[in-house]
Design a protein around this ligand. Structure first.
Ligand SMILES: C[S@@+](CC[C@H](N)C(=O)[O-])C[C@H]1O[C@@H](n2cnc3c(N)ncnc32)[C@H](O)[C@@H]1O
Length: 368
């Protein structure tokens, strides 16, 4: 139970003992969940969760051998997994077992989103905690370069949340788009990261021509390597600052421009959106994936992953923008503000879509 607006208004600052007790218990759960998220990330990165998904019950030695890891560490990790209710443990045989119902949301072969991929955001953000605390005291931001594993995790995230849904859910948001891509059009993806989505599109639509821009040299190198590895010769990846699209882009050159989670963390989002508008052909369409939020904290209270998204926003999206003396919009800028920005950039027709399988994003279809 929490206080509502009325009880806050007449709060007398005396703690209600029952509320305090309930809240304290919840805080203990928070500690346990945070710790488990860290251990799930370790389990994902070391391959332990995948190894256990395919295994009958086994001892820590058997699991360590299968995963090629040190038994002592594996045993301690299994302790956390057991007391956290993720792995079953037989105290007589000393066997551990990852039930298939749990493996279903924790493994690379998962039919649905692998939550262990998202668990990696916790240690990723934790790795810059000192920098963030410094920013709380002195202002400024933490630059992209400080997040060692950002592009790794982001590529895994979009590899499971965007790429598999492109054909079935995302392209159909724009009637006739699949047919136009089949015939052959020019497509630009702004802030393409490691290019997972664009490489997939390029493979699906060999008659279309694809360009991916990102400011990160590492991400572009990786995207281009992947394109070569799968023989995509209709895609070009280029290091390019999207803030320069308006001045140095190709006006009216693209029938489709996409951004996948790549507007709110820009230094100057409106300038980028104006550049996108200018680069779009008159009959073109701009398809933007951005984080689902409401622009109002109180309206996000029931968001299924609200605390996670606000934390990612504070410790990554907002701060990387502020590090460039940017606007620092943050991931939770929300639907109202996003629509306001799209309009200010010159888009007159904006449809906002939600996808059944995706509680994390809005999908904006914007036309001139
Ligand atoms: C949240 S990530 C999304 C990456 C990718 N679209 C995906 O879904 O995996 C945002 C991306 O925007 C890129 N970015 C940030 N500022 C940029 C700028 N000014 N110009 C080009 N790319 C930029 C970052 O390097 C990063 O790859």
């Amino acid at each position: 139970m929490t206080r509502n607006a009325e009880t806050i208004a007449c709060a007398d600052h005396e703690a209600d003992p029952a509320l305090a007790e309930t809240f304290s218990e919840r805080m203990v759960e928070v500690l346990n969940s945070g710790a488990l998220a860290l251990m799930l990330s370790v389990g994902h990165r070391t391959g332990l969760l995948d190894a256990m998904a395919d295994m009958p019950p086994a001892t820590s030695a058997g699991i360590a051998e299968k995963a090629g890891l040190d038994e002592r560490y594996v045993r301690e990790w299994l302790g956390a997994m057991t007391v956290g209710g993720i792995v079953d443990h037989d105290p007589v045989t000393e066997d551990y077992y990852l039930p298939p119902e749990h493996a279903a949301s924790l493994c690379r072969k998962s039919p649905t989103d692998n939550i262990a991929v998202f668990a990696q955001y916790i240690p990723l953000l934790g790795s810059v905690e000192d920098d963030i605390v410094h920013c709380f005291r002195h202002g400024g931001g933490v630059p992209y370069e400080r997040f060692d594993r950002f592009h790794d995790v982001m590529a895994e995230d979009s590899g499971q949340s965007v790429v598999p849904a492109l054909e079935t859910h995302i392209l159909p948001l724009v009637p006739g788009l699949t047919e136009r891509l089949e015939q052959g059009i020019d497509v630009l993806d702004v802030g393409c990261g490691r290019g997972r989505a664009l490489n997939r599109l390029a493979r699906l639509f060999p008659r279309s021509r694809f360009t991916g821009y990102d400011i990160s040299e590492d991400a572009i190198r990786y995207a281009a390597q992947e394109a070569r590895a799968i023989s995509n010769d209709n895609v070009t990846f280029k290091v390019f600052d999207a803030g320069n699209l308006e001045r140095n882009g190709n006006p009216g050159a693209y029938e489709l421009i996409t951004t996948f989670d790549a507007v709110h963390d820009q230094k100057d989002p409106l300038t980028v959106l104006r550049g996108i508008r200018k680069s779009l052909a008159d009959e073109g369409v701009y398809l933007a994936q951005d984080i689902k939020g409401s622009s109002h904290h109180h309206s996000d209270r029931d968001h299924p992953i609200g605390p996670l998204l606000y934390t990612i926003s504070c410790m990554h999206c907002m701060t990387v923008s502020l590090a460039q003396d940017g606007e620092g919009l943050g991931a939770m800028w929300g639907r109202e503000k996003a629509v306001e920005y799209f309009k200010a950039a010159g888009f007159r027709n904006i449809d906002v879509h939600e996808l059944d399988h995706d509680f994390q994003n809005y999908w904006y279809v914007c036309r001139p």
